[in-house]
Design a protein around this ligand. Structure first.
Ligand code: GLN
Length: 492
């Protein structure tokens, strides 16, 4: 029943509600699809087939009794940064060894509370540091997309590359992901899927392996804007276990997707027109503006003056927080240990062997910018820049309801193409890091194909706590774009 795997979350939930098929059938179809695709795509690091089948059976029984939750029976993939009780959690790193959490993250527990079930854990860049999935200790993830008829392996983006690849290749109905500087939106843009990073604090960070705590946010990657709204509804909400979790009531995200954007004002920031940006990205952006106008929105040019400082500020703040967060991996408490002659040698060997090159680079940069003598010059200044960037957005949102930009400065690149050049890799995040620094909700949606047949994404940024406008504008653009191309399943 392979056609079951190509359903959207909304149509799969409908089909199960109408008893056209069961969760057990949908789950089996996904497990069969994963078995065929995963040797080629490497999207899942752990497949929990038995648990998934058992959960699907239990879900079908609940539905039969008339107690179906809003995600009842929906098989999802979980980024391997979320702690899952009794299921190995790796964060894409060797340093966690065979770590199997004794507790469940808040976000995933809310998905299960609402009836969803887990197919397995999804591959990712090590500790979510990367933009191509090549820093994973478990090997790169391959995108189902290819350039024309070429068979070069392309990146699905990162760090949530497993999530994006799995959704694009029909290996789950939707996936969880996290975004510290773009890791939901960039992979979504590279794979023709939809990803939203909500307002900082909307989703609890409890039970999510920390990268940079003031920037990290969870969110879904899905096939449509509406599916992303449905998943976020379950993932978000206040949690006393995360002191940065927001107490605000959740609006109806799905309802917001059918709200008209007539009369809304959409800002277009000049500063997002960067040097060397391919013409196709310019064209995509211009097209997005036309679609918004045609749907009745007003367009306003805005200025986000400090945009050019966002990337340097991010690559100070994020490594600084990472160097502190990752201090806990010392080979003593849990995870892998490489025993040395004394305590210091054990620390050194554990961390030298357990962390990959990119993670070590971040720890070194982070430690450097936080050290006495450099703290003021780097870390403190980056924090000041961060305030300016947030203020730019506040000023802009006094005049506009949402902001429209391209999601990435290019389409997906080939594996190996940028992995030798960290700065080229960091430049992928140029349009996405600003929303993390300012804590704002931002969504990437597929809007067009480039000349080589690869998806390109638009980004909609909203005011803090105004995911509703983000969903409304994104759904309007999605409708206008009519993007329906799917990656060819070349592995079958
Ligand atoms: N690519 C960015 C980085 O490497 C963002 C990663 C993320 O959002 N987790 O830090």
């Amino acid at each position: 029943m392979s056609e079951l795997t190509s359903l959207t979350l909304a149509s799969a939930l409908d089909g199960m509600a109408q008893k056209r098929f069961s969760s057990a059938e949908v789950t089996d179809a996904f497990l069969a699809a994963i078995e065929k695709a995963n040797p080629h795509l490497n999207a899942y690091v752990v497949v929990t087939a038995e648990q998934a089948r058992a959960a699907a059976k239990a879900s079908d029984a609940r539905r039969a009794k008339g107690s179906a939750g809003p995600l009842e029976g929906a098989p999802l993939g979980i980024k391997d940064l979320f702690c899952t009780e009794g299921v190995r959690t790796t964060a894409g790193s060797n340093i966690l060894g065979e770590f199997s959490p004794t507790y469940e993250s808040t976000v995933t527990s809310q998905l299960w509370r609402d009836g969803a079930l887990m197919l397995g854990k999804l591959n990712m860049d090590e500790f979510a540091m990367g933009s191509s999935n090549e820093t994973s200790a478990f090997g790169a993830v391959v995108s189902p997309w290819r350039r024309g008829n070429q068979d070069a392996k392309l990146t699905p983006g990162g760090s949530s590359g497993g999530s994006a690849s799995a959704v694009a290749a029909d290996l789950c109905l939707g996936a969880t992901a996290t975004d510290t500087g773009g890791s939901i939106r960039q992979p979504a843009a590279f794979t023709g899927t939809v990803g939203i990073k909500p307002t900082y604090g909307r989703c609890s960070r409890w039970g999510i392996v920390a990268f940079a705590s003031s920037l990290d946010q969870a969110g879904p990657i899905a096939k449509t804007v509406e599916d992303a709204a449905t998943l976020l509804q379950s993932m978000a909400g206040h949690d006393a276990k995360d002191s940065t979790s927001l107490p605000n009531a959740l609006p109806d995200f799905r309802a917001a997707c059918s709200r008209s954007i007539k009369g809304m004002t959409i800002g277009v920031p000049e500063e997002y027109r960067v040097d060397g940006m391919p013409e196709e990205i310019e064209k995509l952006w211009a097209q997005g503006i036309e679609w918004a106008k045609a749907a009745g929105a007003k367009i306003k040019k805005i200025s986000l003056k400090h945009t050019k400082y966002a990337l340097p500020a991010y690559y100070i703040v994020a490594p600084a927080e990472a160097s502190s967060n990752l201090a806990r991996y010392d080979g003593m408490r849990y995870g892998a240990r490489a025993a040395g002659r004394d305590l210091n040698a054990t620390y050194e060997q554990t961390r030298a062997r357990g962390f990959g090159a990119e993670v070590q680079r971040r720890i070194l940069i982070g430690t450097y910018v936080l050290s006495a003598g450099y703290y003021d010059a780097y870390y403190l200044r980056a924090q000041k820049v961060r305030q300016r960037i947030a203020q730019d957005f506040r000023d802009a949102f006094a005049e506009v309801d949402a902001i429209l930009t391209p999601a990435t400065p290019s389409a997906a690149f080939a594996l190996g193409e940028k992995s030798g050049d960290p700065v080229a890799m960091y430049l992928n995040d140029i349009f996405t890091v600003t929303a993390n620094l300012a804590g704002l909700p931002a969504l990437a949606l597929p809007a067009a194909l480039d000349a080589q047949g690869l998806p390109l994404g638009l980004q909609v940024i909203g005011k803090a706590l105004d995911e509703e406008s983000v969903f409304a504008v994104s759904a309007a653009l999605e409708k206008a774009a009519g993007f329906s191309v799917r990656a060819r399943k070349w592995w079958l």
